[in-house]
Design a protein around this ligand. Structure first.
Ligand code: AMP
Ligand code: GLY
Length: 436
């Protein structure tokens, strides 16, 4: 089989690493890829937004399966373009990807189908949004409707902060057209879990859960980032809870999408809050999480390709294999200054030593190669991932590997995977939520 991965971050490096292991795959391409992905696949310099070039390439190279990593091209219709070009694609159509692309769409669907989520209202008028904030009371959350590179959800501790967030989105247009409409919603307390299911248009199958650490500093302090680390499995997310989420959230969501002519094919990322009233949806994403993908796929048993094909083709699932009783931890290694401004082009040392450790994989998020030297090229630079028989051992192995790596200004959290050991429900993540 000939497979094309679209994307060039840590998630796509992990997909490439896993897909490369499939005996069904003879040729693997990545567009645009990165220096880590180049060890697994042939990288072609086509950006994720160059849809017609991607389809032309896939047709010319007789690609049997295209796997789209990031949300932006999916929301913009890349899966539809592949399908029109006769290329089998893993990833939802634009109409189904609206579950991530429009928070108003997702919230309305949840309301109509009684899928548990935060109480909310949507607005295109800032004054009415401000009035609703007073009805709801603080803390509350203001969310730009459209994609905003992970920055569109603003947790507000006070009504003043809510007013500022509304002004930022709707009047100063910090997120452009994405913020023309906003969702204002109740602040939910509890443990946050990222849960993943595969969908083939009419049926879904659970993958596993992971927990992300979103803020830049230890102890869940500081501004939010794309994700500073993740671990899987999640102790609090037991089997009964998974079953409940599949029945009360995943299946009704997929049925609702299919019923409105937008069958969902791909991976559904369900951002959950485990509240005292049970699991509720924080958000849906139309793709794997990053760095959640790193911990999921390093744990996942067997060959991924038959599963991706079944999802893409709307076919029956292959026979299931039980997930092993192991644990995986990914520590994001970031540039100094991230998520604010940072410099790039700094030489990275020690990746080979880190990868020589048992169970360790170093996935590239923001790297480049300059005259044979690996250099930094993004905010999150590497996802240092370790699999072991227990969470404790995986944490120790991941941090030992981080200790091998260095570049100027390098920053990583020191508490990834340790959240389970802290008090859980009511942790109160309000204070320093996402800022535009
Ligand atoms: P989102 O962009 O919707 O994933 O939101 C980003 C982050 O903001 C989430 O991962 C949560 O930590 C937080 N958040 C969003 N909505 C809520 C909510 N209703 N209650 C509490 N936290 C929230
Ligand atoms: N790690 C969060 C995300 O991928 O959206």
């Amino acid at each position: 089989m000939r497979v094309l991965i679209v994307g060039g971050g840590g998630r796509e490096h992990t997909l490439a690493w896993k897909i490369r292991q499939s005996p069904l795959v003879d040729v693997l391409f990545a567009a645009p890829g990165n220096p880590g992905i180049a060890r697994e696949a042939t990288c072609v310099p086509i950006g994720v937004d160059a849809h017609s070039d991607l389809v032309t390439f896939a047709r010319r190279e007789r690609v049997d399966l295209a796997v789209v990593g990031p949300e932006a091209p999916l929301v913009a219709g890349l899966a539809d373009r592949f399908a029109e070009g006769g290329v089998t694609v893993f990833g939802p159509s634009a109409r189904a990807a609206a579950i991530e692309g429009s928070k108003v769409f997702a919230k309305d669907l949840m309301r109509r189908h009684s899928i548990p989520t935060a109480q909310f209202s949507t607005f295109d008028d800032p004054d009415r949004a401000r009035r609703y904030c007073r009805e709801l009371g603080a803390p509350l959350v203001v969310k730009a409707d459209g994609l905003a590179a992970g920055k569109g959800a603003i947790v507000c501790r006070s009504l003043e902060e809510a007013d500022a967030a509304i002004a930022e989105c709707m009047e100063r247009k910090a997120f452009g057209a994405s913020g023309a409409r906003v969702v204002v919603e109740e602040f939910m307390r509890g443990e946050e879990v990222s849960f993943f299911a595969l969908a083939n248009g009419h049926d879904a199958i659970a993958l596993a859960a992971a927990q992300d650490h979103k803020t830049i500093f230890d102890g869940d302090r500081g501004p939010n980032t794309g994700g500073m680390g993740a671990f899987s499995p999640v102790g609090v997310f037991h089997e009964a809870l998974e079953k409940r989420v599949m029945e009360a959230i995943v299946r009704p969501t997929l049925t609702a999408l299919a019923d409105q002519g937008a069958p969902y094919r791909g991976v559904l990322y369900v951002g959950l809050m485990l509240t005292s009233q049970g699991p509720k949806v924080v958000e849906f994403n139309c793709r794997f999480g990053d760095p959640e993908c790193q911990v999921l796929l390093t744990r996942a048993p067997g060959d991924l390709i038959p599963w991706l094909l079944a999802a893409a083709r709307g076919a029956a699932w292959p026979p299931a294999t039980a997930w092993p009783h192991n644990a995986s931890v990914c520590v994001s290694v970031a540039s100094g200054g991230y998520p604010g401004a940072y410099v790039t082009g700094l030489p990275i040392r020690g990746v080979d030593a880190a990868e020589a450790r048992a169970g360790v994989h170093v996935f590239h998020s923001g790297t480049a190669e300059r005259e044979g030297q690996l250099v930094t090229a993004g905010g999150r630079v590497l996802g240092v991932t370790a699999v072991a028989e227990s969470l404790e051992k995986a944490i120790a192995a991941a941090y030992a590997a981080v200790g091998d790596i260095s570049f100027d200004g390098m920053h990583s959290r020191t508490d990834i995977g340790r959240r389970r050991m802290a008090p859980s429900v009511g942790r109160g993540t309000a204070p320093e939520g996402r800022r535009p």
